[in-house]
Each structure stands twice: as C-alpha cells, then as structure tokens.
Design a protein around this ligand. Structure first.
Ligand code: ATP
Ligand code: MG
Length: 652
C-alpha cells in the first residue's frame, strides 16, 4: 500500500475531499446512509497522516461498534496507515480506566458486570418488589437511560418526568429508590457496569487535571462516526478528551437515529455548529452503496404522506447501476419465515455467494432464535452480531468463570491454547467437533471460538497468559465484541448500523415487530421507521423483506404487514405489474377468502354484507391505518402460490 496523500484524495468525490483535505478545525458532516461518511473520515485520517499533519498515535477515531473500529483499522492499513486508535467509546474509556485507575484510585480496576440482570434482581428484592424477567429488563434499560443521561437517583424523578419515562409498574420516586439500591448492590460486590466504565473515566478526567492533561497530550485529533446516536455521557467524555481544542470531525445522519430510547440524541449533531462556532458543515448526497431499486425504497421510507421529507432528510442519489427489485414475502409463521430465509441462503451459497456477504436482520433479539434454529438445521454457519448473544450464552458465561478461576493459578505449566482447552475440557469440551448439528454443535462452536481467541492472542503476544486472556475477554464483554466466526451475519437492526452486505434479509416486517408493539406515540413510531430505513440501506445489491402472519405454527394469523411499507406501495405497483407470472389468481383469492373474518375487528359484532366481511369492519368501525395499508397491499399484489410449501410472493 504505497499511497501518497494525493492518491488518498483521488478516491473521493469533491465533498468527501473537503472532509479529508482539511485536517484541522471543527467540522460536521451531515449526510444520508451509504454516502461515504465513514469513508470520508477514514480518508481524513489517512490524508492527515500521509500529508504529515497527524502523527497516527495522536488520532482517536470513535466508532459505534467494535466491528466498525476493526473495519476502520483495516481500511487505514490498506491506505498505508497504522497506529491510529479506532475504538468505541466503551473500549477507549475502558483502556483509560484500566491505565489510570491505580494512579487515580489505587489498586486494580474492578470487574465489569457482563449483565445488569443479577444486580437488578437483587435490588428489586431489596426494595421489596417482585417482577418478572421482562420487567427486570425494562428496569435495567431504565437504569441505563438514567446513567447515560448523567442523572443520579436524586435528579432522576424530575428529569424522567420531563422525558415522559414510564418505568414498568411503579412511579418515578420508586424507580429512583431502585436505582439507588442497584448502585448499592454493585458497590457492595465491588463490581461496575458498562455505564460506570464511562462515568468513572469522566470522573477521573474531571477530578484529576493532570491525568486529563496526559490524555489530551496523547490525543490531539478526533473523528466520531455515527454521531447522531451519541448520548450525554459519551458527549461529556468527548468534551473532556477535547478540552478547549477544536480538531474534531463528527459525521452522522439524523435519519439513522435509532438509540434515542437509550438516551442518545441527534441534538449534539444538529447543534454542532452552535457548540463549535466556526465549524465547517459538509453535506453528502451521492449514495455509493446500494442499487437505485433499494434506494427508491429507502427514499420512500423517509417520505411523508404528503410527499414531504421526514425529519429534513435529503434524498439519496444512486451511483450504482440497476439491480433486482426488492422483494416482500409473507409466510404463515415465524419458523416458516426462518426456514424460508435459510432455504434462500442455501441457494445463494450454492450459486457462489460468500457467507460473509449475507446478513439476516431482525428487530428483536427474540426473533434470532427461530433464525438460528433454521440456519443450524440447514447447516448454514452463522454468527450473531453484537456479541450480546455470544457472551450471554450459558456455556460462554460458564467458560469465562472457569477461565477466570484458572487464571489465578496459571503457572505457565502449558501453551495458552492448551491450557484453555484443558479448562474447557472440564465442561466436557473436546477439540473434535461433534457430528451433530443444532444446539450441541452451537455449544461446541462457541467454546471453540474461545480457544481460537487464545490462539490468536498467543500469536500476537507470545508472552500472554491466562490473566491476559481474561483481560482481553473483559474488554470484549465490555465492548460487546464477540470473536469472529466465518458465516452469515445475524444481527439486530440496532447492531447492523454502519455495516453493509451484498445480500440482506430484513425479516419481521410486520406491525408489532416493525414498528415494535411497545412503540407508542409518534416519536417512538418514527424511531421504528428510522430502524427500517437503517435495515433497508444496509443492502448493496439484493434485499429481501419478509414477514409472517403468526408467531407459532397453527396459530391464527393476526399480523399485518408493516405500516412503513405503505408509502412504498406507490413505487411498488410498477414492479408488480412487470411480474404478472407470480400471480396465481384462483388459489390466491380462495386462500384469502377463507381467512375473512365474520365479526367486526373493531367491536366484535356479527358482520352482515359481503363488503363488510371483506373489510372485516362494520360501518361504525372504520379500518385502522394498518389495516387500510394492509388491504391496499393485499388487493394489489398479495397472492398465494400454488404449492402449499412455497410462500406467497410479492415482488416489487
Ligand atoms: P452509513 O450511514 O450506513 O454509515 P456511510 O455514509 O458511512 O454509510 P460508507 O460506509 O462510508 O457510507 O460508504 C458506503 C459504501 O460506498 C462503501 O462501500 C464505500 O466504500 C463506498 N463509497 C463511498 N464513497 C465512495 C466513492 N467516492 N467512490 C466509490 N465508493 C465509495
Ligand atoms: Mg458509516
């Protein structure tokens, strides 16, 4: 990689070049998905280094996921630049916390809770409440929100009232008591959680001017990707890193704000020029990622009912050549949908499509189970993006505990991978892969990933021992960075941001999943719409949308297609007319007729006329928005195919 500074600029369009070639002073890049924001900041760093304006080790690039950080390092290496720190807020903070803890507080930094659940459970008991698991999850999320919003149990109730927070089954004062009990539990156990990593780093930098100075001396140039989803806590940390200097370039897309429920806000992005007077603003509109077909769907998602652009979003202009129309497929139930996805992937792989170029995206982690089962059955290797699933797997948690224990007695008896294999042997793990697929195989794979990790660690640092591996695991747990496994990517829409694949399956496109049932009110619904926009814009070439009528086989199919596809229907009609062969009229109408309801969906009274039966509504209960959408889509294109095992297609 022998790139001159000029070569680096040549690979950019004029607006991107402006981002890359002005490596000092504050700058904000506001642009839609796939317009090359990440590319522009990567090239900014590379150009700065190659042109001699930056020393690589003085640059801190903050990305949203560990995978994005890894990709940025790879891209930089390809441009001939090494030594730049590309990290998530978490991993950058964790490093600093570990490094400065002995000096600022004394002793070694405390252990980090992989999950809030156990501490939340104990706190709930202490304040004399009882809760089910899903309520506890909500509580954990509320605690996270309060911490990233820089609230304390004292300031929480007033702020939560303003933000219209509704913790499950309790008032805001009770929630504040719970937060305080949760903090006590952690304190007594001497552990910290994810947010504490940032909070404590902020605390150290605020209280110890000398340490802040050391950090500022180290890092002089900053870029931040996905800045629309920064929260108050991350912003505070960034401010401390920056001090009164201004060499910072932030990039983001307000239309991809998908973390507001956890306390993130695009206001930091939108107000950047206020907080950094004199900041240059750059806008990018050419989309280099996706085909025009995919982009017209993306553009429709951000178009309001009367044609206005939602949230001031700018239309994306396609640069790639035409590709296949996105397809929408409906199946009977979730396992059928998952089976259909696995089947399509098997065919794609048989045609030579690499596994790593395929992703299956979903809204809720609950959906991942059916998909994992179907992919295992079809022997399609997969990895679950985000790492949450990996480190919360039972066998992985158990293995990490055992490794932690063994680290205390590691006498340097054997090579690191052997030692790890020995420890895992205690759980019945053996180097030879089991013949079976499914759960047994999945368990083996995740433990194997830990052994592989130790092999890689040993390769990069031959002196590394078990305690180093445990530290590495802790960093990964904190950054939610699972070890890489070759396979199809399974990812929640949240974990998929910033990433791209040739082929994307966007599953669960039904009302109740996307938008998710618990989304209430226009703001939450808009965030769900942005999530779908993020999902759609991950695809380079092929996009399959799918949904299913019921969750479980045999259940009454009550779901409706996602309301967000309503605006898309206008451009989809064309595609449907061009593929009339898909339709199989008689079967289709019979299939649909039989599912027509006899009582009104609104009030439950018996329906009289055929027209009422067709709409499922009596004259007193007009159809809801979703039903109207669904009916329109259905009457246009929804057909049931001949063979029962083959799903109904809607091609657009
Ligand atoms: P997102 O909003 O999803 O994070 P982004 O704006 O960060 O997207 P990138 O990931 O940087 O977009 O770029 C999208 C794709 O387009 C990448 O594959 C990138 O390499 C490619 N690309 C960006 N700019 C150019 C360009 N000027 N010429 C050719 N390809 C480009
Ligand atoms: Mg990006």
């Amino acid at each position: 990689a022998d790139h001159t500074a000029d070569d680096i600029l040549d690979a950019l369009d004029p607006e991107q070049r402006e981002v890359a070639a002005s490596p000092s002073g504050p700058m904000v890049v506001l642009a839609g998905a796939g317009t090359g924001k990440t590319r522009a900041i990567t090239h900014r760093i590379a150009y700065g280094v190659r042109a001699g304006a930056y020393q690589p080790q003085r640059v801190l690039a903050v990305t949203f996921t560990a995978r994005a950080a890894g990709e940025m390092r790879t891209r930089l290496r390809d441009l001939g630049v090494v030594g730049v720190q590309a990290r998530t807020f978490h991993s950058a903070a964790l490093r600093q916390l570990h490094y400065f803890w002995p000096q600022a507080i004394g002793g070694a930094a405390p252990e980090i809770l992989g999950h809030k659940a156990p501490a939340v459970g104990e706190a709930v008991g202490r304040v004399g409440m009882r809760m089910n698991r899903s309520e506890m999850r909500d509580i954990a999320a509320e605690i996270e929100w309060s911490k990233v919003s820089l609230l304390t149990p004292e300031t929480y109730p007033a702020a939560a009232r303003r933000a219209r927070r509704e913790p499950p089954g309790m008032d805001l004062t009770a929630m504040a008591r719970l937060i305080s009990a949760y903090e006590d539990v952690k304190g007594e156990r001497g552990v910290i959680d994810f947010e504490d990593v940032l909070l404590l780093t902020v605390g150290i930098l605020e209280e110890r001017g000398d340490i802040a100075q050391t950090v500022r001396n180290q890092y002089r140039h900053f870029v931040v990707d996905e800045y629309q989803d920064v929260n108050a806590l991350q912003q505070r940390l960034l401010d401390l890193w920056l001090g009164d200097r201004g060499d910072i370039c932030v990039v983001g897309d307000p239309a991809q704000t998908i973390y507001s429920f956890t306390g993130a806000t695009p206001q930091h992005l939108l107000r950047f020029t206020d907080t950094h007077p004199g900041a240059a603003t750059v806008r990018l509109v050419r989309n280099y990622r996706s085909t025009p077909q995919i982009l017209s769907l993306a553009n429709k998602l951000l178009t309001g009912p009367s044609g206005q652009r939602r949230g001031g979003a700018v239309e994306l202009v396609a640069q790639r050549e035409a590709g296949p129309q996105p397809e929408l497929t409906v199946l009977d139930d979730d396992p059928a949908e998952a089976g259909w996805v696995a089947d399509r992937i098997t065919k794609l792989v048989a045609q030579g499509r690499p596994l790593r170029e395929i992703a299956v995206l979903f809204r809720t982690n609950g959906q991942s189970e059916a998909l994992e089962a179907a992919l295992s059955d079809a022997d399609v290797p997969y990895l679950v993006k985000g790492g949450e699933r990996f480190f919360s797997r039972k066998e992985v948690r158990e293995a990490v505990l055992l490794l932690r224990g063994a680290a205390r007695t590691d006498d340097g008896s054997k090579s690191l991978p052997h030692l790890v294999a020995d420890v895992l042997g205690g759980m019945g793990w053996h180097e030879d892969a089991p013949a079976s697929s499914g759960a047994v195989r999945a368990r083996w794979e995740s433990l194997k990933a830990l052994v592989d990790l130790s092999t890689r660690l040993e390769a990069t640092s031959p002196q590394a021992r078990l305690p180093d591996l445990v530290r590495d695991l802790d960093e990964r747990i904190a950054a939610q960075h699972a070890p890489a496994v070759e396979g199809v990517t399974l990812a929640s829409l949240h974990a998929a941001k910033g990433l791209e694949w040739d082929v994307v399956f966007l599953t669960g496109c039904s009302d109740g999943l996307l938008p998710i049932m618990m989304a209430e009110g226009p703001e939450e619904i808009e965030e769900e719409r942005r999530l779908m926009y993020v999902g759609v814009t991950r695809a380079r070439e092929v996009l399959h949308l799918s949904w299913s009528r019921a969750r479980t086989p045999g259940a009454k199919g009550t779901r409706r297609v996602s309301r967000f596809l309503d605006q898309a229907s206008g451009i989809l009609g064309e595609g449907a007319r061009s593929t009339p062969k898909r339709a199989s009229g008689s079967r289709g109408s019979r299939g649909l007729k039989s599912s027509r309801p006899r009582v009104c969906k609104g009030c439950g009274t018996e329906l009289g006329t055929a027209k009422e039966r067709a709409s499922g509504r009596c004259p007193d209960c007009p159809p809801t928005y979703d039903e109207a959408t669904f009916e329109r889509l259905r009457s246009w294109r929804l057909t049931v195919s001949k063979a029962a095992s083959v799903p109904a297609f809607v091609v657009f």
